[in-house]
Design a protein around this ligand. Structure first.
Ligand SMILES: [Zn+2]
Ligand SMILES: [Zn+2]
Length: 101
């Protein structure tokens, strides 16, 4: 059996961290950026491709001409990084994975 790639970014967020939810993918924001239009968090990469595909229309509030330089890395980044680190520590398997020969 192959383990699914399973990381903190694929989990649903606990209620106390709901504000870290990406408005695009509905998961924990990865490299969060905040828009200057609607002030919401988005994954950096996801937002860049969304803007590229929609011709610079904000996927959150439909503002036109949202520029990549309007996306501000947000300080929530630090908290998300800590959270993800803790999560990784907690999920360490009790026994090492079987060796494949
Ligand atoms: Zn996202
Ligand atoms: Zn917006």
């Amino acid at each position: 059996m192959i383990d699914k790639i399973n990381d903190v970014y694929s989990q649903s967020l606990p209620a106390e961290h709901k504000d870290w939810e990406c408005q695009l993918c509905g998961k924990l924001v990865r490299d969060p950026v905040r828009t200057s239009c609607c002030k919401k968090f988005y994954c950096d990469h996801g937002m860049q491709s969304a803007l590229f595909e929609s011709d610079l229309v904000c996927p959150g509030c439909n503002t036109n001409e949202v520029l990549l330089q309007d996306l501000k890395p947000d300080e929530v980044r630090t908290h998300v990084a800590e959270y993800s680190q803790k999560w990784e520590e907690q999920r360490k398997p009790a026994s090492p994975p079987p060796e494949i020969k």
